[in-house]
Design a protein around this ligand. Structure first.
Ligand SMILES: Nc1ncnc2c1ncn2[C@@H]1O[C@H](COP(=O)(O)OP(=O)(O)O)[C@@H](O)[C@H]1O
Ligand SMILES: [Mg+2]
Length: 389
């Protein structure tokens, strides 16, 4: 007979351990705290052979305890009922002392008051353990028996293992919430900074515009105009910027589209008929690559507008496409008069603006290569740029 009883005991223990281990695995993975609390209270009750259990969460800086989860209670208890902390409840007593509290007979209890909810449900005995991990305690796990019962040291140990697993899961969720908040904060700061950079660029652009208006010299005016376009290309980058996994990235296609449309619209004066042919596939790049490419495209399109079409009629084409994995090709072309033979052959040219030099050095900066392919004979100018991403 004693053997039989021992075997039952052993089987029950084994069952309890298995349930705890399974719960522990789950607690490490899930992000759903409510479901976890619910599951813990149900498993703890089942493991100890009672029908009621609750998890109480500390609220209002420890003033009271909210029934966060549980089983065996009438409607209006879980998520709604809040009981006094301190000595006005067994759970409060456990929190105050920081130790498990078991009460075999609530009617004879002198250490704390018995909450109305326990009386209503006919609870006779309770056991409470504190749910506390590395930080401040979360609350209490309580087991409620409708029959008078003495909870053993093993019972309390069993309850405490659930509370500890819960505490670990709660700590983990708290930490990941705090990390997410910190990340949001950093992203916000970055956006703010971006905003300021953009505003500063816009302010500088306005100053240059005023200088241009004030200047009488046509050559100076043209220089100011060129500078304005370059500044605009840069400030457009900041407009299109978004933050992805903490990195500042840009959809190049959207950015180049806006940039080119602006340039063509501004360059088409009166009866001019210069068209834009955009063939842009989606390519996402870090912000510094985008700024360099923006300036390159700006110089090319500006040159087309300024030099390629003496009769003010033609098309500028910009094509962007990923090629081999990790490589992107940008084709810039116009069907205008073409650059002189001398220039395409790479010979020194008469002193001019910075445009072609900028294109060359910026291409080098992003680790790309550029090939100028068309000459005067087959009309127009074409540059094929390949760069790594
Ligand atoms: N798309 C083009 N079509 C015709 N000529 C061009 C084109 N791009 C550049 N050029 C020639 O190359 C010269 C150098 O261009 P660039 O370095 O941008 O200086 P800038 O535009 O200030 O003259 C231009 O003056 C022009 O003669
Ligand atoms: Mg130029």
């Amino acid at each position: 007979m004693a053997d039989h009883a021992r075997k039952i005991n052993r089987d029950r223990l084994l069952e309890q351990m298995t349930a705890i281990a399974r719960f522990g695995g789950h607690a490490l993975r899930t992000d759903d705290l409510q479901a976890l609390l619910q599951e813990a209270s149900a498993l703890a009750a089942k493991g100890l052979g009672v029908t009621r259990a609750m998890i109480l969460e500390i609220e209002f800086e420890g003033q009271s305890l909210l029934v966060r989860a549980g089983i065996g209670w009438h409607p209006g208890v879980i998520g709604k009922l809040s009981i006094g902390a301190g000595s006005r409840s067994p759970a409060g007593h456990a929190l105050q002392t920081g130790k498990p509290v078991a009460s075999e007979d609530l009617d004879a209890e002198a250490r704390f008051a018995v909450p109305e909810v326990l009386r209503e449900h006919g609870v006779k005995s309770v056991a409470n353990v504190v749910i506390k991990g590395g930080g401040r305690p979360f609350g209490v796990l309580e087991i409620d028996s409708d029959e008078r019962r003495r909870f053993t040291r093993e019972d309390i140990g069993f309850l405490q293992s659930y509370a500890n697993l819960l505490a670990a899961a709660i700590d983990r969720l708290r930490t990941s919430r705090e990390l997410a908040a910190a990340r949001d904060e950093a992203a916000l700061l970055l956006r703010e900074l971006q905003h300021r950079v953009k505003n500063n660029l816009q302010t500088i652009t306005s100053i240059v515009r005023i200088q241009k208006t004030l200047s009488r010299n046509p050559e100076a005016q043209r220089s100011f105009e060129t500078l304005m376009n370059r500044l605009t290309a840069l400030s457009l980058v900041h407009k299109q910027l978004y933050i992805h996994n903490g990195a500042r990235r840009i959809a190049l296609n959207g950015y180049l589209e806006e940039l080119c449309s602006n340039l063509i619209t501004a360059g088409n004066l009166g009866a001019d008929d210069i068209k834009l042919d955009l063939r842009l596939e989606r390519v996402v790049v870090p912000v510094d690559i985008a700024s360099s490419l923006g300036l390159i495209v700006n110089e090319f399109v500006t040159n087309s507008m300024q030099h390629a079409f003496p009769d003010r009629h033609g098309t500028v084409m910009v094509a962007l496409a990923p090629v081999d994995p990790g490589k992107v090709r940008l084709v810039l072309a116009d069907n205008g008069v073409g650059r002189s033979q001398a220039e395409t052959a790479g010979e020194p040219v008469a002193p001019s603006g910075l445009g072609l030099q900028l294109i060359k050095s910026l291409t080098g900066q992003i680790g790309g290569t550029i090939e100028w392919t068309r000459s005067v004979e087959d009309r127009g100018t074409e540059a094929i740029l390949t760069f790594p991403v």
